[in-house]
Write a protein that binds this ligand. Structure first.
Ligand code: SAJ
Length: 435
């Protein structure tokens, strides 16, 4: 491929990151071959439809599929640039060790079609050294190709790490506008990847080495986790001292150099609750703060359950509305969601008394089956329930005016109804651990 030719791109993994990335690349005119292991995902995309909820993604995918710029398949095809965006979950042994087997499997498939001049970019959040491990795996599979960092002179392929840092709900906007850290196995690899991202990224693209870029991604999410843990710890302290945490944070944030984040029922999603552990796993003795922050945020879930139980038990006849299951506002994603854990615990304990409001999903997840809990809209919940437990700050919940909830018993874990009279529940008699 020569200087100004548009590269052909193969995106491996068509999930929350891979599909929007593939669509944005295709929108810039490049031919994209998307790969996913799930046939139904491939079929959905090839119909011009999407299998995930994300603002404006449906129209974009429909457009690029119709124009023939994006095609999906279950197998990797030859390309000039390969972008790998597959999951990096925890290991199945129950530890917090990262499992990079999906990355290595994707790279193994790419290795089969790799040719001289190609660029491979890993975007999946990965523990430090994963890009090098990926390179070593490809080197073993393709001894005919000269690998960066393992040969003298110009290698045959370029390998780089470039983490995504987009926010669900704003993915398309942030994919193009955010700055990117591009870490090459060698500086030449970084330059090759840079020339690719320059074609569709408007933010500044900064080059570095692969290990620094891997760590940067983990650090960004650990930074946020630690700061949310501070807010969550403050909320628990405020409960113990009978203070209104929202008032305290609002006042403290008037200081020009203080910016405390927002407490909630815990930290969810597949990034912030996971990535800090990759640092802890890599340097267990050197990361007490990051480890403790994880513990504080996970512990907040049990605190919320205990306070909700105390409120329910103080009102033995009242029906209970759990507002929200998603891991954050205005999305359908329930992964690692503290709201879901709280609601499911209450549903198991109080059965038919519980009504769950989650407008972003068609039906309640499996763990609610057989509990007797219902799935209703916000209006039904307001009519039927006297206890309102706010777990997610969806806009539709925020819009409920005071007159419709003034008489309710409210436990607002997100602080969306600051005008609610006495919007925290009475101090629980005994805080019980979640069952
Ligand atoms: N949360 C709070 N209080 C806050 C902010 C967030 O309780 O003040 C909770 C949310 O409710 C949610 C969780 O934290 O349960 C995570 O939400 P989030 O909006 O902070 O982040 P994610 O997981 O949607 O996306 C993060 C982002 N990382 C950073 O902001 C450093 C995003 O930029 C990354 O691309 C993404 O992780 C990722 O893919 O790694």
């Amino acid at each position: 491929m020569r200087g100004n030719d548009l590269p052909k791109v193969c995106v491996v993994g068509l999930g929350y990151i891979g599909l929007p990335t593939a669509a944005v690349i295709a929108r810039s005119g490049m031919q994209v071959h998307g790969v996913d292991v799930t046939q139904s995902v491939v079929d959905t995309i090839n119909r011009g439809e999407i299998h995930i909820e994300e603002v404006d993604l449906d129209g974009l995918v429909q457009g690029v599929v119709q124009r023939g710029l994006l095609k999906a398949s279950t197998t990797v095809a030859p390309a000039d640039v390969f972008v790998i965006a597959v999951p990096t979950p925890f290991s199945k042994d129950g530890s917090h060790a990262p499992d990079i087997s999906y990355v290595l499997a994707a790279a193994e498939n790419v290795a089969e079609v790799l040719k001289v001049g190609d660029t491979i970019i890993l975007e999946s959040t990965s523990p430090v050294s994963t890009t090098e491990q990926m390179r070593d795996m490809i080197a073993a599979k393709r001894p005919d190709l000269r690998m960066p960092g393992l040969c003298d002179g110009t290698p045959d392929v370029a390998i780089a790490y470039c983490p995504e840092r987009v926010l669900p709900g704003k993915i398309l906007e942030e994919l193009t506008n955010n700055d990117r850290s591009i870490g090459g196995i060698t500086p030449r690899c970084a330059r090759k990847a840079l020339s690719f991202y320059k074609r569709f990224v408007r933010g500044t693209c900064v080059t570095t080495d692969a290990r620094s870029a891997e760590m940067t991604k983990l650090v960004e999410n650990a930074y946020r986790d630690v700061n949310i843990a501070f807010a969550n710890e403050l909320s628990v302290i405020s409960d113990a001292m009978d203070l209104d945490v929202w008032e305290v944070i609002k006042l403290a944030n008037r200081h020009p150099r203080v910016n405390i984040l927002t407490p909630g029922p815990g930290v969810g999603g597949h990034c912030i609750a996971v990535d800090p552990w990759f640092i802890v796993h890599g340097a267990p003795n050197e990361s007490p703060l990051i480890r403790t922050a994880r513990g504080v945020n996970d512990g907040k879930i049990h605190h919320v359950i205990a306070r909700a139980q105390a409120l329910v038990e103080a009102n033995p006849k009242a029906k209970i509305a759990c507002l929200g299951l998603a891991f954050k506002a205005n999305i359908d994603d329930l992964r690692e969601s503290p709201a879901r854990m709280v609601a499911a615990t209450l549903a198991r304990e109080y059965g038919e008394r519980v009504q769950v409001v989650e407008p972003y999903i068609p039906e309640l997840p499996a763990e609610f089956t057989g509990t007797g809990a219902g799935h209703v809209d916000i209006d039904t919940a307001l009519e039927e329930c006297d206890i309102m437990i706010v777990l997610v700050d969806h806009d539709i919940f925020k819009s409920v005016p005071l007159e419709e909830r003034a008489a309710k018993h409210v436990y607002d874990t997100r602080g969306i109804w600051p005008d609610q009279p006495s919007h925290q529940p009475a101090q629980p008699v005994e805080l019980r651990k979640a069952g």
